[in-house]
Design a protein. Structure first.
Ligand code: MN
Length: 128
């Protein structure tokens, strides 16, 4: 079965680049361009995994993550922060907010695809 990945990202260039990488590996990609529509897409569409930009025009990606992780029915969906804020402490802040993992931008295709595959597999194992 093809995994569905939601990418929450307000930058169209990043969106295009990451979508291309994910499509090349056969994933189906859903897009959201701000925090609230990202939140709603998770609730409505229940993607297999979420890639979450941190800096978004409305509520930030960490706030979206914290809200999702507070919902027992949705907390099992892996959320990977994908952010250019690659400064000291950012990784910790993402993990504290409930993100399962963290990928600094700019991301390479290998990093992205191996991260996605790893967290999809972890989530799959928890279901069994
Ligand atoms: Mn952004």
């Amino acid at each position: 079965m093809v995994a569905t990945i939601l990418y929450v990202e307000d930058n169209p260039q990043n969106m295009r680049l990451v979508r291309k990488m994910l499509n090349s590996a056969g994933y189906q990609v859903i897009e959201a361009e701000d925090g609230m529509s990202g939140y709603q897409a998770i609730i409505d569409l229940r993607p297999d995994l979420v890639l979450m930009d941190v800096n978004l025009p409305d509520i930030d990606g960490l706030e979206v993550t914290a809200r999702i992780k507070s919902l027992p029915d949705y907390a099992g969906i892996p959320i990977l922060a994908l952010t250019a804020n690659a400064m000291h402490g950012d990784r910790e802040r993402c993990l504290e907010a409930g993100c399962d993992g963290y990928i600094p931008k700019p991301v390479t295709k290998n990093e992205l695809l191996s991260g996605v595959a790893y967290y999809l597999e972890q989530a799959e194992r928890r279901k069994v």
